[in-house]
Design a protein around this ligand. Structure first.
Ligand code: SF4
Length: 139
């Protein structure tokens, strides 16, 4: 189906518009084309003002506020809390490859089905010993 849509620009555009409309509303998706939602607690890292895809910058406050927009919680704090609640803390051991901006505006669903983002996240062997609140976490 992905190849079928890619071969038909009008249908591809319509499909991408549906993806954009649904994910923009739910996650603030900016159509980077390489979706990290499943390994980031379904918090879109592209909503970070610095568009960091491997965790927060050093400017996040101790109570989890964004350095750039202090009225907003850091998306990576949200991502960690959601992943932890879902028992997916191990996702944070994955190292996300740099985003390829040539994919901006393209469908991440189609890219996924085509296997183009299969190597986007690699196991970096990182241990995540603390909870988001700073307490020790049992494994
Ligand atoms: S496709 Fe990119 S911008 Fe859209 S939700 Fe996924 S990570 Fe965020």
């Amino acid at each position: 189906m992905a190849a079928f849509l890619e071969a038909r620009p009008a249908m591809y555009a319509a499909f991408s518009a549906v993806e954009k409309a649904s994910k923009e509303r739910l996650y603030g998706c900016q159509m980077c084309g390489q979706c990290e939602l499943p390994t980031a607690g379904y918090a879109c890292p592209m909503t970070c003002p610095k568009q960091l895809r491997n965790g927060p910058c050093g400017g996040v406050s101790s109570d989890g506020r964004c350095e750039v927009h202090p009225d907003v919680r850091c998306v990576w704090v949200l991502a960690y809390e959601r992943a932890e609640a879902a028992g997916r803390r191990g996702d944070f051991a994955l190292l996300q490859q740099p985003v390829d901006h040539r994919e901006q505006g393209r469908s991440s669903w189609i890219n996924y089905w085509q296997g183009r983002d299969a190597t986007m996240a690699v196991d970096a062997g990182v241990q995540i010993p603390l909870s988001a609140t700073g307490g020790a976490v049992s494994s």
